[in-house]
Design a protein around this ligand. Structure first.
Ligand code: MIC
Ligand code: SF4
Length: 641
């Protein structure tokens, strides 16, 4: 039996475990990346491990999320990350240099290597055949220190693309189509490999749009082969030497195969408030639009931006629409400027934003009240834009331009002629905003610069053999990390200040939760399916830990959040019978006895003392996970080792 691309890379990086779906495996990690919103915490954790220099082949610290400096907090955090990176052997990508995933794709991603990043869209580099995973900051800290990265061996899915994209139908529409087919839960536990003759027509940045949004499927990661298209991209980046060919074996076996005929694909749009709420653009034609945003790690490559510029050339956007453009990297922006395309963008009435995440994470450019915003981004979760009642739709750059020009949702095919966009044989390479770390000799005397916003890590609490606490919050299905720990310009600057952040925990669902949980001392949360989908932010586990949450019982968990919860020492349990979810209520007193033996047996009895009920809950922890929970979290466990 042959191997898939992912199985081949896993096989080469396997430190322990067997490659059978569902079994825990340990992987050697070649590269890591962090961004600033999760990075401060990851570096605080790395420092606590007492390791002088990272042990990876390459580690890069990006600043791209918290770039709005409306007080000292973000600037202090940037300085902290810059100094900690210099001291410990990590490259530092300065604010303004671009979005981590776009820059990593351009400058550092290597086919066949492993990468973990403290950001859920790290699979973007799967576009060039890298096995790249989003992870919590603690897992990234451990990998920087040379430790393994643990995942459950995923199932293998294959998506075969046949035919050719028709004019005005794009890689983004392929992403939306697979979300329509699979939903935000459909990729859970799987690695998605893309193949078929249709991929030959997709450039690396287009492939990266697809692997980027694989995150929204809940997939462990997504990957493309490394082929002549990959070689051309790496050569244009002056990195031809990094090219290695990679393909799955003819007789590789997949757990599921999905076919998409590109000839039949139409422009698609994801409606509020979920990326899988997908319909055709044509079906919403005529809906008034207030705002259009083009950029984010999904759609900010030179190819995307040149198409946008060509479509805007000589035209003026609707007076009722505010259009923002955020190029993904300084490389993209410089090439837009030198080719004259920037002029076409600016003359249309667009507003140029910095090369950063910006509006995607609510860092400025929030929509007006109840505004309709069309974005080329990957997430449209409730409240994420910074405007609670905004309606955010996800679209391709072409559909975004059509809406900006007409002031309403418009099938981009009405724009009729699609100007031909030629990609340069060589990109404008300028790594001046990537700072090299200090040499080991210089590093010894370097000071790490900490501002007053950096507060200490929450107290880790070992699990005890019995637990009795109030069910402080009961939530429904598909709860995102944006519900648990919202982001946005007002809150994000406090990512290294857990006590401050804690007041906003679950505020989207229940403004009283934080206060009630704190007053209760210890508490339990109950959730539905896919609890914790979305971001990799470990704050969605550390903040509940700080508020005294000891255990979360859900119908199912999203992968990265599950790992973060265990790393924080909070016990995740699942209902043996999902119908039991309906039997318990917020405010009930819940009790679990014999936690230790229950962990060994794989199940426990949850007693609802208020309702006088006994409910069976499951826990399939590995020995390593049990030890982490008993120790009170990954950091405590690692220092014990
Ligand atoms: C996001 O897109 O939600 C983020 C912000 O990039 C997060 C990371 C974070 O919360 O800092 C992610 O996707 O992991
Ligand atoms: Fe940044 Fe948005 Fe991408 Fe997250 S999804 S890394 S916030 S651009």
């Amino acid at each position: 039996m042959g191997f898939t691309i992912a199985q081949k890379i896993i096989g080469k990086h396997l430190l322990s475990g067997v490659m059978e779906p569902g079994q825990e495996i340990a992987l050697r990690i070649d590269q890591t990346l962090t961004q600033d919103a999760t990075g401060t915490m990851a570096y605080i954790e790395f420092e606590s491990m007492g390791i002088e220099r990272v042990k990876t082949e390459l580690s890069v610290a990006y600043v791209d999320h918290n770039t709005l400096q409306s007080g000292f907090e973000n600037a202090d955090d940037h300085r902290y990350i810059q100094s900690v990176a210099a001291k410990h052997g990590i490259r530092f990508s300065r604010p303004g240099n671009g979005i981590c995933h776009q820059v990593h794709l351009e400058r550092f991603g290597v086919p066949g290597k492993t990468l973990i990043g403290s950001d859920s869209h790290t699979p973007t580099c799967g576009g060039l055949g890298m096995l790249a995973f989003g992870a919590g900051g603690m897992d990234v800290a451990v990998a920087m220190g040379g430790g393994a990265y643990y995942i459950n061996m995923p199932k293998m899915y294959k998506v075969n693309l046949s035919g050719k994209l028709q004019p005005f139908v794009t890689a983004k529409d392929i992403s939306l189509e697979i979300l329509r087919i699979l939903s935000v839960k459909g990729g859970v536990g799987a690695i998605i490999e893309w193949g078929g003759e249709g991929i030959m027509g997709l450039s690396v940045p287009e492939r990266a749009t697809i692997t980027n949004m694989g995150t929204e499927l809940g997939a462990t990661t997504s990957i493309f082969p490394s082929d002549e298209v990959t070689r051309a991209f790496l050569e244009a980046e002056g990195r031809g030497d990094d090219y290695v060919p990679l393909a799955s074996d003819e007789d590789a076996v997949y757990d599921r195969v999905i076919d998409i005929d590109l000839n039949k694909l139409e422009p698609l749009i994801a409606c509020p408030h979920s990326p899988d709420n997908v319909v055709t653009v044509a079906s919403l034609a005529g809906t008034k639009v207030d705002q259009v945003c083009i950029g984010s790690c999904t759609n900010s490559s030179l190819f995307d931006m040149l198409k946008v510029a060509a479509l805007l050339k000589g035209k003026t956007i609707s007076p009722n629409v505010s259009l923002s453009i955020s190029p993904g990297s300084k490389q993209v922006l410089k090439m837009l400027a030198s080719s004259g395309a920037l002029e076409d963008i600016l003359s249309s009435g667009a507003r140029l934003l910095e090369c950063a995440c910006g509006p995607c994470i609510g860092m400025g450019f929030s929509p007006n009240s109840a505004g309709v915003s069309l974005r080329t981004f990957n997430r449209n979760f409730l409240g994420r834009s910074g405007t609670a009642d905004a309606k955010v739709y996800l679209v391709s750059p072409e559909t975004a331009v059509a809406a900006a020009l007409y002031g309403e949702i418009t099938d981009p095919r009405v724009l009729k002629s699609l100007p031909k966009v030629d990609m340069p044989a060589r990109f404008a390479i300028d790594d001046s905003a990537v700072l090299a770390p200090a040499t080991p000799d210089e590093a010894a005397s370097l000071e790490v610069l900490r501002g007053p916003n950096i507060k200490s890590f929450p107290e880790m609490r070992p699990q005890y053999d019995s637990l009795k606490a109030e069910l402080a919050l009961k939530v429904g299905d598909n709860i995102t990390t944006d519900h648990i720990m919202p982001a946005g310009a007002k809150i994000l600057p406090y990512r290294s200040n857990i006590p401050f952040l804690s007041q906003f925990c679950f505020a989207v669902c229940d403004k009283t939760f934080a206060e009630r949980a704190k007053a209760a001392g210890e508490s339990i949360i109950v959730g539905g399916t896919n609890y914790g989908q979305g971001s990799s932010r470990e704050h969605a586990a550390l903040v509940p830990l700080y508020l005294g949450v000891r255990c979360i019982v859900a119908k199912s968990f999203a992968r990265i959040h599950l790992a973060n919860v265990i790393n924080a020492g909070i016990m995740p349990l699942t209902f043996a019978n999902p119908d039991d979810y309906d039997k318990i209520e917020q405010g009930d007193i819940l009790k679990i006895e014999n936690v230790w033996s229950g962990m060994d047996e794989g199940n426990m009895t949850l007693v609802d003392e208020t309702k006088n009920l006994s409910i069976k809950v499951l826990c399939q922890f590995t020995d390593r996970q049990k030890a982490i929970l008993k120790a009170g979290g990954l950091l405590a466990y690692t220092s014990k080792q």
